[in-house]
Design a protein around this ligand. Structure first.
Ligand code: 5GP
Ligand code: ZN
Length: 108
């Protein structure tokens, strides 16, 4: 979607510190991390938020969570938080669905 920063990142129009990518999604580091490890797991399709999910988005939603688990495992995180902020009142600033993976407090 035009003027969407996460569409620009997934289209590689602007740079990010990319951790993983496949045809459906991209994982990159949060530019202002809130934890020692702070990744964003982002579908390539522009979906505004959890509140905008349609029935046909169920598969991508489970892929986001599965990849979060995989990436956490790769860097040996024993515990972590997975967070979706939903809507302005839920703290969502970027209107392109994304899953926060936060961890690493005990790994440093
Ligand atoms: P939200 O509050 O929408 O759930 O989270 C958006 C997140 O995106 C924030 O944690 C913020 O630091 C991160 N962010 C915003 N702009 C950029 C950017 O241009 N690049 C990267 N890598 N992260 C960003
Ligand atoms: Zn977008």
């Amino acid at each position: 979607m035009k003027n969407c920063i996460f569409c620009k990142i997934t289209n590689k129009e602007i740079p990010a510190d990319i951790i993983f990518e496949n045809e459906d999604l991209m994982v990159f580091k949060d530019a202002s991390p809130s934890a020692p490890i702070h990744y964003l797991i982002v579908p390539k399709e522009h979906i505004q938020s959890i509140a905008h999910l349609e029935n046909n988005h169920k598969e991508i939603l489970s892929k986001l969570i599965y990849i979060a688990k995989e990436e956490a495992k790769k860097i040996n995180l024993k515990g972590y938080k997975l967070i979706f902020n939903v809507g302005k009142d839920g703290g969502q600033v970027i209107d392109h669905l994304h899953l926060h993976l936060l961890g690493g407090w005990n790994n440093k």
